[in-house]
Each structure stands twice: as C-alpha cells, then as structure tokens.
Design a protein around this ligand. Structure first.
Ligand SMILES: Cc1ncc(COP(=O)(O)O)c(C=O)c1O
Length: 438
C-alpha cells in the first residue's frame, strides 16, 4: 500500500473510533434525534446543524458555556455562527428583553425603539437609510431585488462558493432551491476572469453581491485589490454593488467595508445585530432605499409582520450602543487575531497539514497546506481529517461548527482561548501521523 493509502486507512479507523466514542457519550442526544425524525425531515429544521451519526442537542447555556442534554459542558466557540456575539446571558440584553416584554409583545404599529435602532445601525455602518427584515436571507432577497429594479436589469453576479442565505447557496455552483434570479457565477479572488465576466454581461448586470470575506465558505478573505476592482467595475457599468456583511459586520466598528475602505451601494446585515433575536437588515444609498418610501405614489412595498418586532428592536439597540461598542469590536477582533496566530504557530511547529484562516473574531480550520484564497483551495483539504478535528474538539469540550468554523463571543477570555489552544495542541500530538504529508 502507498503511504497515502495507508494514511487514509488510518484516518478512517481514527474517525470510526471517534464516532463510536461520540455515540457512547451522547445517548440522550441520540434519543432526541430519533424522536425528531418522526416529524421533522431527518430530525432537522436547519440543515447546517445536521451531521452524522446524529447531532448533539443542547439543553442550556450561560456566558460562553453550553451544556448538552447528556450533561457535558462545552466552551462555545461557535457563537451561533456569528449571531451569538453577546454570549448567552448578557444582563443588559436580558434587561432590554424584559423591559420590552413588560410593555407587551408586538403592537401591530410603529414603536418608539425602531427609529433609534435604525439610527444606530446607519451611523455605525455608514448607511443613509436602513430597512429591517427577519433574517439575512430576506435582507439579501430584498437588496438584490431592489438593485435589479433600480438598474432595470436582470443579472446578478455571485461568486462560486459564496453563501448569502437559505435561497442563495453557491457552494459547488448553486443549489436547486436558490431564488430564481439570473445568476452569473464568478471565481472569487480571480481578477481577470471576474473582470472578463463583468465585461461580457455589462449591459444586463444589475447587481454584484459578495462577502468581503466568505464566512460559511471557509473564512476566506477577498484581496483588497479585488474589492477595489469590483467597486470600480460596478460604477463603470452602472451595476449595484452589494456587500453581504451579515457575518462580517462584526470585524471592525464599521464592518469589513470600513476596514477595507471600499463602500458598496447597499449593505446587508444580520446575525448579532439583533441582539440575539431574529434579525436582518438592508441599507445604503438614500436614492435606492427611498424607493420604499410609502409616501411616494410609485413606492415599492416591503411587508414583514415581524420587521419591527419589539424584542429585536430593543435587544439590538442596547447591544450595538452599549455592549458591542466600537472599542469592544476592536478588542474582540484583536483577541481573535491573536488566537488564530497562536493556533497557526502550533500547526507550523508541528509541521502539520492544518491551518486556521479568517480575520478578527472569525476563524475556520482547513486541513490543507499553502494559501487558502479560494473555495477551491479549501476543497483540496482532507475532509475526513476535518471531520476528525470536529469530533476530537467535541471530545475536548470545544463547541464548533461541523465544517470547522469558530467565532468569538464577548464572554470568551484568556482561559477559554487557552483551552482551545490546548485542545488543538492535543490534536496535533495525538493525530501527528495523520497530519503529515503534502
Ligand atoms: C453571509 C451570509 N449571508 C446571509 C446569511 C443568511 O442569514 P439568515 O440565516 O439570518 O437568513 C448568512 C447566514 O449564515 C450568511 O452567512
């Protein structure tokens, strides 16, 4: 057998063993899962949370800690896929929610908080106007539709491997459930090919949408020059540039766009900005957003029963203005940068086929050597090794996404970062033979 074939057999054996131990440790999660499959397809209502042999169910959480239904404690390094920045029991968020509940849920009317929250969001992210939705998916649906109506064009440039919500998945090209827009699929970080596609479709291209760092796609940063090129090209051909900052808005006080100094026409937001409640928003240029002004005879409609729900409005407002202040954003991202560098130093010292990409408080693991600049680079990694990393981290009390994504929440401190570094070092030592090679 070749060295690679031998290593693959060893990875399979290690993975089987890790999964067997997982099954033994999690009997109540298994029972919950089996019960759920009777009424939910595959026991699931959120695809990303499923993994084989069955997903862990959590019972409760506090600060940056979670306890599963079998009583095992984890440090929460997932942070609800960036939505959980405040941790699980921030007293200020709790007080805002209690205060809102005391006054009655959902009035079927405008309330006194929504405009204050809108002002905070606009000031923070450099938007002229903003509208609220219930999810990031909805925010992108509305922003793309607005861009196409504004430009009177049909095509939307998206990037292979990108993700903009439930009906905007472009891993491997696209998904059958995607919203039926006329997409042009471009390669992320490929200047020449993307420029050529923009030139080819210039007359019909109404929208260019991307994340300045792919989040779900593996925490892969766009080159600053790539973003500048897209800004220039969008302006040149009269297309609307949308930055999906649903995840990345946390990466600096003004989002990743402020860090890169590139201003899109529209920005979409979501996740933590609702204070942990359901949330989405799209905003940007007044001349575009004002197409929704209901005082206009030709106003575009934008409905949504829960667009201004009082829980989101109140939790979001205190979150952004009192907790995740610009100073807090800088500190959290500095912590993330230091942690990622520490983990990468461990990988380099072990000469392991393992690395951590990302920026600030967003981190993703890849089982590949060399730069990860595109989803294709990431896909070259050994997926079974990545699965093993996931199960080994769970066994060491680290909660993370099955795909290897981690994000920092505010309650994470030095002790939690030490715990993760120790877990990674353990992985590097115990799995050394599997992590060698090209
Ligand atoms: C970049 C990006 N855009 C949009 C969305 C969709 O947000 P939501 O899950 O709130 O619909 C996500 C969710 O993960 C995301 O990562």
């Amino acid at each position: 057998m070749s060295e690679t074939a031998l290593r693959n057999t060893d990875i399979d054996a290690a993975l089987n063993e890790a999964k067997e131990a997982y099954v033994t440790r999690n009997p109540k999660s298994l029972a919950r899962y089996v019960e759920a499959t009777a009424v939910m397809p595959g026991g699931n209502t959120r695809t990303v949370l499923h993994y084989a042999p069955f997903p862990i169910a959590m019972a409760r959480a506090e600060g940056c800690r979670l306890w599963d239904v079998d009583g095992v404690e984890y440090v929460d390094f997932l942070g609800e896929y960036t939505a959980g920045i405040y941790g699980h029991s921030h007293p200020t968020i709790r007080a805002a929610l209690d205060g809102a509940l005391d006054k009655g849920i959902n009035f079927g009317a405008s309330n006194m908080t929504e405009a204050r929250f809108a002002k905070a969001v606009c000031e923070r992210f450099g938007l002229d106007r903003v509208r609220f939705t219930n999810s990031g998916t909805e925010a992108n649906l509305l922003a793309i539709s607005l861009g196409l109506i504004f430009t009177k064009r049909k095509k939307v440039l998206v990037f292979d491997g990108g993700y903009h919500g439930a009906v905007f998945g472009f891993a491997g090209g696209g998904s059958p459930i995607n919203a039926p827009f006329d997409y042009v699929l471009a390669p992320y970080n490929d200047m020449d090919a993307t420029r050529a596609l923009i030139a080819q479709h210039a007359a019909d291209l109404g929208v260019i949408i991307l994340e300045a760092m792919m989040g779900s796609g593996g925490c892969i940063q766009a080159d600053p020059a790539f973003l500048t090129m897209l800004r220039e090209e969008a302006t040149r051909i009269g297309a609307v540039l949308i930055f999906d900052e649903v995840m990345t808005s946390r990466l600096s006080p003004g989002g990743l766009q402020a860090l890169r100094g590139v201003k899109p026409d529209l920005t979409t937001l979501g996740k933590y900005i609702g204070g942990g409640m359901s949330f989405g928003a799209f905003g940007g240029r007044a001349d575009m957003l004002d197409m929704f002004d209901p005082r206009r005879a030709d106003a575009l409609p934008h409905a949504g029963t829960f667009n201004n729900n009082v829980l989101t409005m109140n939790a979001g407002l205190v979150g952004l203005t009192e907790i995740y202040t610009p100073e807090a954003a800088k500190a959290l991202n500095a912590r993330g940068d230091a942690l990622r560098e520490r983990l990468n130093a461990l990988c380099r010292a072990a000469d392991a086929k393992l690395q951590f990409t990302g920026l600030g408080s967003m981190i993703a693991v890849h089982t590949v050597r060399g730069p990860v600049r595109t989803p294709a680079d990431a896909a070259r990694g050994d997926q079974k090794l990545k699965e093993l990393f996931f199960f080994d981290m769970l066994a060491r009390g680290i909660w993370l996404a099955r795909r290897g994504m981690m994000t920092l929440c505010l309650p994470i401190g030095d002790a939690e970062c030490d715990k993760l570094a120790t877990a990674v070092q353990d992985f590097l030592e115990t799995r050394r033979s599997l992590l060698s090679g090209a």
